[in-house]
Design a protein around this ligand. Sequence first.
Ligand code: GDP
Length: 422
Amino acid sequence: MVTAVVGLQLGDEGKGKKVDALAESAAYVVRYNGGANAGHTVVTGQGKFVLHQVPCGVLHAGCRCLLGTGMVVDPAGLLAELAGLEARGVDTSGVLLSDRAHLVLPWHKEQDAALEAARGAEKLDTTLRGIGPAYADKAARVGVRAGDLLDTAGLPAKLAAAAGLRGGLAGAGRAPAAGQVEAVLAAAAAWAAALAPRLVDAVPLLGSAWRSGQEIMLEGQLGLMRDLDWGYYPYVTSSNASAAYAACGAGLPATAVRRVIGVTKAYNTAVGAGPFPSQAEPEIAGWLRERGEEYGATTGRARVGGWFDAVAARYAAYLTGATELAVTKIDVLSGMPEIRICVAYDMPEGRTTDNPPALHQLAKAQPVYETWPGWDADLSQIRTRNKLPANAVRLVERIAELTEVPVRLVSIGPHRAALLEW
Ligand code: GDP
């Protein structure tokens, strides 16, 4: 069975915790998009683990983890992350890298910074990890892939060609600086030696696991509202977060994905520039940030808090084909006298919509809220649904109703164990 775990908001929904929980019985966890620009946080008995490129199954012995073809991988960052995990006693021997995954190289990071600077006041607030430029090179067919590292004879020419093509293109930061190609080549030998045992051809590997009925989890990065095609473009990531891309980015047929877990917080957060229709007033945003520890796992940036946006969540659940919901961070709302849910947007000329419009119209959208009563109990020790305060149950049920997808899991704390079957 193949299960995709997809964020329904703007990222940071708590996907990592879900993947970790389900990876216990999985043969493979495959990251299908993105790179080192975001992190998943998993809290176990051994403490807190922040994973950037390595899939969340790594904390379960026996689960193999594949960095999929749909990723753009920073090789030096990956080796550092693996070393950090090993230093904490995590066995990383099951971490594999698709030979078709593209590499993020130093000039991609420089171009990322140059593009942000060139945007002036219109910055996208990227993480400056080179993700967008690496995907751009992939699409422009001047990328270098992980498997190329093993082609010792061909790599210098391939890098020189990639660098030369970039040099021929106009624009800030596109041409590699003097000596940069040589530096990458020197590093590439070490990357190749370290990564060679992990390089695999994803299609036969996953194909045989799938055909023999093994559990495969496809782990998404960011959320649907940052999807390159269907998110708040241009305030999006440079890959597709949707489950529609999960099979493609992993190396499975699209029809293999039978279960799609849409992960959403019971409120909303955003980091970086871009629209946020249900952004809350500073007092509420501060509450959510402090109690929810809403700081970026990779960059430490403070996230802005807001109310659950059912308009965006229903759209995201529909587009990603969510078969079930995992609602997270209910505990963060404990103690709030009342909780709001955005159910529609008021638009100019008296119109109301329950579908997110494209960006130029979204700027004019005013959220329409309904208000629900809060609860005052500490949820941290609760382990069954029937012990939850009635108002918390009602809120979860309302989220399911508005999203039009049944809830299967509810998360009430960062720890692995704080997860309720619904
Ligand atoms: P991801 O990228 O979707 O995996 O999300 P992140 O890991 O970036 O952010 C989620 C944060 O919330 C992490 O710090 C998690 O440890 C934490 N978290 C996950 N689920 C819960 C929950 O139910 N309650 C609380 N309080 N924290 C949670």
